[in-house]
Design a protein around this ligand. Structure first.
Ligand SMILES: [Zn+2]
Length: 224
């Protein structure tokens, strides 16, 4: 029998990250994770078969790991992130603040259960620095939806992620308003290239060409 692939979650004791752990477990993956301390959440995860490690160590990473997910609070100096990079394992960040924006614009960020789109599973696949930009852009989209308040007008997010240093926002919409939505989205995607993905500042922001290409300010580049 084929051995199950492993998903490793750094900062697994969070509300969002632990929910993600349960989802992977239900979808036939093995799940491991680490956090700085034990909690009721990590105890519950242990009971359903998740391997929990207290503290962040290189040895926490199982050889069958195909994906490492970390909460936004974790920096690139984390030993588990470092070893994952070295082993060329896919790394994704999971944001803690997505719930706030999703609640504010339920039509734009509707979540399907079971997951049908990447957004259902990952939420915003970028660091927290772009959340204001996402919020402002969603407000503009909402205005269009409000103005055309009928069932034929719709917009929902398929995926929202960072790719090659800027934001990419994939969506489905009605045909009549598609051009308007595209203009709003294109503007936001362009603007993301001048906003630090980590802290949201527009000062001293650049794109690094070495290794991972990210839009970051000088201060954040030192710590991420
Ligand atoms: Zn920054």
């Amino acid at each position: 029998m084929k051995e199950k692939q492993n998903i490793h979650i750094i900062g697994i004791g969070g509300i969002g990250t632990s929910a993600l752990a349960r989802w992977f477990l239900a979808n036939n993956y093995k799940v491991s994770g680490s956090d700085i301390c034990e909690s009721e959440i990590t105890e519950d995860l242990k009971k359903i078969g998740v391997s929990i490690y207290v503290g962040h160590k290189t040895s926490n990473l199982n050889r069958k790991t195909i994906l490492v997910i970390h909460s936004a609070a974790i920096s690139g100096e984390n030993p588990e992130i470092k070893i994952a990079k070295k082993l060329k394992i896919d790394i994704k960040s999971y944001s803690q603040t997505i719930g706030r924006i999703i609640k504010k614009y339920p039509k734009i960020f509707k979540k399907n259960k079971p997951a049908q789109e990447p957004f259902d599973l990952w939420g915003f696949e970028s660091l927290d620095g772009w959340h204001d930009l996402i919020d402002i852009t969603a407000a503009k989209i909402q205005q269009v939806l409000d103005k055309n308040n009928n069932k034929d007008c719709y917009f929902y997010t398929v995926q929202n992620k960072q790719k090659l240093s800027t934001m990419r926002w994939y969506f489905e919409s009605d045909d009549i308003n598609r051009k308007t939505f595209e203009e709003i989205i294109n503007k936001a995607e362009k603007e993301s290239g001048s906003i630090c993905e980590n802290c949201g500042t527009k000062e001293n922001v650049s794109q690094n060409k070495r290794g991972y290409i990210l839009t970051l300010c000088n201060a954040c580049r030192k710590i991420t």
